[in-house]
Write a protein that binds this ligand. Structure first.
Ligand code: ZN
Ligand code: ZN
Length: 151
């Protein structure tokens, strides 16, 4: 997704001569969506940390084993799930996002949705700008016109 947005910015947006406010809106949306992407990917999704004070054997002794994750050796919360890709238990687990390469959970849910909204608004705005640029082709610089029809 990040590569697509960079390609759109470099290939379709910057070469076109357009009004400054459209250009800066696109660059702002580009920076916003990529910033939110970085925050959502690197923020802790809500991994449940293993306690150093209580051992796994004591956990099994005092709690119902169905509330204990045998892989992480932690006490599960009601909405937590074990992610088999990250090999961690995540609180309020939503899904493992392959785009972000991390889980989406209690810690980064808000950042994930903010990223989705920003990247979609950037892409939709980009499509409108591309259509506008195609309709008004006289604004395309001549060095970009590689293929010209022979008359
Ligand atoms: Zn687990
Ligand atoms: Zn995961």
């Amino acid at each position: 997704m990040m590569k697509v947005s960079i390609a759109l910015l470099l290939g379709f947006v910057i070469p076109f001569e357009m009004d400054n406010y459209i250009m800066w809106t696109l660059i702002g949306l580009f920076l916003l969506s990529n910033g939110l992407f970085v925050i959502a990917s690197f923020k802790d999704p809500g991994n449940i940390k293993k306690s150093n004070e209580i051992s796994f054997l004591k956990l099994n002794k005092y709690f119902d084993p169905s509330y204990i994750c045998p892989k992480c050796e932690v006490l599960r919360t009601p909405e937590s799930r074990h992610c088999f890709i990250c090999n961690k238990c995540v609180d309020r687990f939503d899904h493992h996002c392959h785009w972000l390469n991390t889980c989406v959970g209690a810690g980064n849910h808000l950042w994930f949705y903010a990223y989705l909204v920003s990247v979609w608004s950037y892409l939709v705005f980009n499509i409108f700008v591309c259509i506008y640029a195609m309709v008004h082709q006289q604004k395309v610089p001549e060095y970009l016109v590689v293929i010209q029809p022979r008359i």
